[in-house]
Design a protein around this ligand. Structure first.
Ligand code: 5AD
Ligand code: SF4
Length: 467
């Protein structure tokens, strides 16, 4: 489909929250591209602004409404110049609050949930005659209707790509809104996932991160109607020629099955970095959170994973100040962190989410205690992250060179453990996985240099291209 320049409209998407929203924002841009929408990085020149929102914690939700206030002013400025700006709210806040968004913020033209993204072009047309809300969970498979990105668009987005393989969650952790906002767990069929992965790799993508709210609960059907788990899916994806690295996020400890652990043992392309949230190290709190495992079970699981892949780097999520959490419970969390030794971790103050069982609990923890515990936990986690980075100094790690560095003559990439790596080198190295000797640590990154041998080889790589 060709776009005539005078029909081109500018689209600005602001993405909040997790990687699944990053993936969805790209899908929305792909759905609108055939209708003449081109993405812009300049919000002021946008004919259509979409906020792809996050509902996980109260602060995340509130950000949307302050942004809508700013957009109202921007729109007025555009109208004064004879232009306009349509404003849409997508994502989890849209799904959860629907009509209320329009009531609270009349500036909004359309509100639509994650299951409606393939209908976006229609919704925009409908919004010409009044505000539109679409937060249905339709039976149809939106992925069947969402167009793939054009090759040149895919590669512009980078050498690494996200691929959503499942959505929703059936776990019902008592603090979490996801089972309500994103609904029941749904896995995409195996063939659909493989076709999308192939398309990404054919466009030049080297690394794919499989996404899902509870990705290791994946159970897509194959062509014979047989249910395939994430471990088996990893083996199937590993056969795609040109796919060099595979990752997945976010996982639940209960769904780390033998097949997935075997995939970590047997598949070199499956990267040795695992985000496996535990939330708390205290058994009574884990129980109240409805996590359905104990601290000891989590630690045993980590041992099994490390037996399969000894260099596995671990990442996690933690919540402090869940209702009823005592100092003793919190210290059990610190002990858990010390025991595991995380390469990275995310930690949050418990945020009461209306409609979840946690919101009904007595013993809500006062804000200042939450803040104090969060600071202590983050100090420990930051020290562990720094120690992990230092432990890499002197090692030679394969680095996927992804982009030019901040300074001329530098490039940047990622280690298998998802660390950002900076090194001296020319742009010709981009797209290659090269051995890099780690020589130092930065604030949130590590630094290295190409081994002599690789420097020679990369020089000949450049020469052969020139020839
Ligand atoms: N309060 C604080 N953190 C939360 N998370 C999910 N719900 C809440 C909440 N109500 C955190 C969990 C989860 C991550 C995505 O967000 O740690 O793993
Ligand atoms: Fe939320 Fe728990 Fe499901 Fe993760 S596993 S999305 S924390 S309910």
């Amino acid at each position: 489909m060709t776009e005539t320049p005078h029909n081109t409209k500018k689209l600005f998407i602001k993405t909040y929250g997790c990687q699944m929203n990053v993936y969805d924002s790209d899908r929305m841009a792909d759905a609108l591209a055939p209708h003449g929408y081109e993405t812009t990085a300049e919000i002021g020149e946008a004919d259509l602004v979409l906020l792809n929102t996050c509902h996980i914690r109260e602060k995340a939700s509130e950000k949307v409404f302050s942004e809508l206030g700013r957009l109202k002013i921007l729109r007025e400025a555009r109208r004064a110049n004879g232009k306009d700006m349509k404003i849409g709210v997508a994502g989890c806040v849209a799904q959860a609050e629907g009509e209320e968004i329009i009531a609270r913020s009349p500036v909004v033209d359309l509100v639509f949930g994650p299951q409606a993204y393939h209908r976006l072009p229609d919704l925009i047309v409908k919004s010409e005659s009044g505000q539109v809300v679409d937060t249905d969970f339709p039976q149809e498979d939106k992925f069947e209707h969402l167009p793939a990105a054009r090759k040149e668009v895919t590669i512009k987005r980078g050498l690494t790509a996200f691929l959503t393989v499942q959505e929703g969650c059936d776990k019902f952790c008592s603090f979490c809104v996801v089972p309500y906002t994103r609904g029941a767990e749904v896995s995409r069929p195996v063939a659909q996932v493989i076709a999308e992965a192939r398309g990404l790799v054919e466009a030049g993508v080297k690394e794919i991160t499989l996404l899902g709210q509870n990705v290791n609960a994946y159970h897509g059907l194959d062509q014979n109607g047989r249910s395939v788990g994430l471990g088996e899916l990893a083996f199937l994806l590993a056969k795609i020629p040109g796919l060099e690295r595979l990752r997945y996020t976010t996982s639940h400890p209960r769904d780390m099955d033998d097949a997935l652990i075997a995939a970590h043992r047997d598949l070199p392309l499956l990267m040795p970095y695992l985000h496996l949230p535990v939330q708390s190290g205290s058994d009574p709190i884990l129980k109240a959170m409805n996590r359905r495992h104990t601290a000891a079970e989590y630690l045993t699981l980590i041992e099994r994973i490390k037996a399969a892949r000894p260099d596995m780097a671990l990442s996690g999520d933690f919540i402090v100040g869940f209702p009823g959490e005592t100092e003793v419970d919190f210290e059990a969390t610190l002990a858990m962190v010390r025991e595991v030794g995380y390469a990275s971790a995310f930690s949050f103050k418990y945020s009461l989410r209306p409609g979840t069982p946690g919101a009904e609990l007595a013993d809500q923890v006062p804000e200042e205690i939450k803040a104090e515990r969060l600071a202590r936990l983050q100090e420990l986690i930051n020290a562990q992250m720094a120690a992990f980075n230092r432990s890499c100094v002197g090692r030679t790690l394969p680095v996927l060179i992804e982009r030019p560095g901040r300074n001329a003559g530098q490039v940047g990439g990622r280690s298998p453990y998802l660390q950002a790596v900076h090194l001296e080198g020319s742009g010709d190295l981009i797209g290659h996985i090269l051995p890099v000797e780690i020589t130092g640590v930065g604030k949130n990154s590590i630094e290295g240099k190409l081994s002599r041998d690789t420097q020679r080889k990369s020089a000949s790589l450049v020469e052969s291209r020139v020839a």
